[in-house]
Design a protein around this ligand. Structure first.
Ligand code: NDP
Length: 328
C-alpha cells in the first residue's frame, strides 16, 4: 500500500473547505488508491466550527483517510505537508478599498509562506485559491524562496471548467467531449477565456458552434462573470465547483494530463507568449511526472493579444499594489 500523502487545506472551516475536504478524503484529488492525512487550518474564531468539520470527517469513515489534524497553529498545520491548498484569505467586504483587501492578504500570505518554508515537505506543491489568487501566490513565492517556484500555482481551473461547461451546454454535448479551452491571465473579470484552440469531439469549437459573435462576446462575458452570477443565485459564492476544480488542478498536476489535452493553471511566468515575467499568469499547460509545462507555439491573433495584454497589465498593477503594502 502507498504511504499517506499529507494535504493541507487552509480556511478549512469555510464553505469551499467544507466541500473540498470530503473530496480529498474520498480520493478525488489524488486517486482512489492514495491514502491521505488531512491538515486543516483556520483562524481562532473558526476553531469550534473547524472541530465540527473534523468530527464529520471521522463520522464519514472514509477508508483512505489515515488522520486528521485540525488546528489554528500555522506551524503545526504546515508540518511535513506534501500538498497545500490555500483557501483561507481575507474576503472583500462592502465598502473596503482594494488596497485594504490587498494589505490584509499580503500579511496573511507572507506569514503562511514562512510557515510552509520552515515546516512543509521540501517538494510541497502549493495551490492558492483565495483571492486575489494570482497575487497571493506571488507573495507566497516571494516569501518562501526555498520552495521551487514551479511548485507555487494558483487556481484558474474553475474558469477553465466553466468555459468547457458553457460550450457543452450551447452544443448540448457531454462536457467530456470538449477540451483545450484556455484561460489566460488573472483569476478576475479581466481573464481571457480563449476558444481558438479548443475542440469538441475532435472538431474546432468555432466550426462546431458556428457563431463567432457569441464566442467573442456573450460567452466570454458569461465565463468572466460566472462567479457573480452564482452569488446572485445562491446568495453565497461558488463552493462545490471551486472545490471540484481545485481537485482537478492537483490531480492533473500530480498524475498528469491526458495525451493531447491541456488545462489552465496560474503559474510563475517565464515570459512565454510575450507575457511579463515575474507575475503569476494563467497559461495552457500539460503535466507529466509531477511537473507542468506551458504549451508553446499556439498562434495568437490580434484580438487575443489585446485581451492577454490587458489581463497582464492588471496583474502588473496588482503586483505593484502588493509590493506597496509590503514596504509599508
Ligand atoms: P470561501 O470558502 O467561500 O472562499 C475562500 C476564498 O476562496 C475566498 O478568498 C474566495 O474569494 C476565494 N475564491 C477563489 N475563487 C473562488 C471561486 N471561484 N468561488 C468562490 N470563492 C473563490 O470563504 P469562507 O469565508 O466561507 O471561508 C474562508 C475561511 O478562511 C474561513 O473559515 C475563515 O475563517 C478563513 N480565513 C482564514 C484566514 C487566514 O488564514 N489567516 C484569514 C481570513 C479568513 P472571494 O472572497 O473573492 O470570493
Amino acid at each position: 500500500a502507498k504511504d499517506p500523502v499529507r494535504v493541507l487545506v487552509t480556511g478549512a472551516a469555510g464553505q469551499i473547505g467544507y466541500a473540498l475536504v470530503p473530496m480529498i478524503a474520498r480520493g478525488i484529488m489524488l486517486g482512489a488508491d492514495q491514502p491521505v492525512i488531512l491538515h486543516m487550518l483556520d483562524i481562532p474564531p473558526a476553531a469550534e466550527s473547524l472541530n465540527g468539520v473534523k468530527m464529520e470527517l471521522i463520522d464519514a469513515a472514509f477508508p483512505l483517510l489515515k488522520g486528521v489534524v485540525a488546528t489554528t497553529d500555522v506551524a503545526e498545520a504546515c508540518k511535513d505537508v506534501n500538498i497545500a491548498v490555500m483557501v483561507g484569505g481575507f474576503p472583500r467586504k462592502e465598502g473596503m478599498e482594494r488596497k485594504d483587501v490587498m494589505s490584509k492578504n499580503v500579511s496573511i500570505y507572507k506569514a503562511q509562506a514562512s510557515a510552509l518554508e520552515q515546516h512543509a515537505a521540501k517538494d510541497v506543491k502549493v495551490l492558492v485559491v483565495a483571492n486575489p489568487a494570482n497575487t497571493n501566490a506571488l507573495i507566497l513565492k516571494e516569501f518562501a524562496p526555498s520552495i521551487p517556484e514551479k511548485n507555487i500555482t494558483c487556481l484558474t481551473r474553475l474558469d477553465h471548467n466553466r468555459a468547457l461547461g458553457q460550450i457543452a451546454e450551447r452544443l448540448s454535448v457531454p462536457v467530456s467531449t470538449v477540451k483545450n479551452v484556455i484561460i489566460w491571465g488573472n483569476h478576475s473579470s479581466s481573464q481571457y477565456p480563449d476558444v481558438n484552440h479548443a475542440v469538441v469531439g475532435g472538431k474546432p469549437v468555432r466550426e462546431a458552434v458556428q457563431d463567432d459573435a457569441w464566442l467573442d462576446g456573450e460567452f466570454i462575458k458569461v465565463v468572466q462573470q460566472r462567479g457573480a452570477a452564482i452569488i446572485k443565485a445562491r446568495k453565497l459564492s461558488s463552493a462545490l465547483s471551486a472545490a471540484s476544480s481545485a481537485c482537478d488542478h492537483i490531480r492533473d498536476w500530480v498524475l498528469g494530463t491526458a495525451e493531447g489535452s491541456y488545462v489552465s493553471m496560474g503559474v510563475y511566468s517565464d515570459g512565454s507568449y510575450n507575457t511579463p515575467s515575474g507575475i503569476i499568469y494563467s497559461f495552457p499547460v500539460t503535466c507529466a511526472n509531477g511537473e507542468w509545462t506551458i504549451v508553446q507555439g499556439l498562434p495568437i491573433d490580434d484580438n487575443s493579444r489585446a485581451k492577454m495584454d490587458a489581463t497582464a497589465d492588471e496583474l502588473v498593477e496588482e503586483k505593484a499594489l502588493a509590493y506597496a503594502c509590503i514596504s509599508e
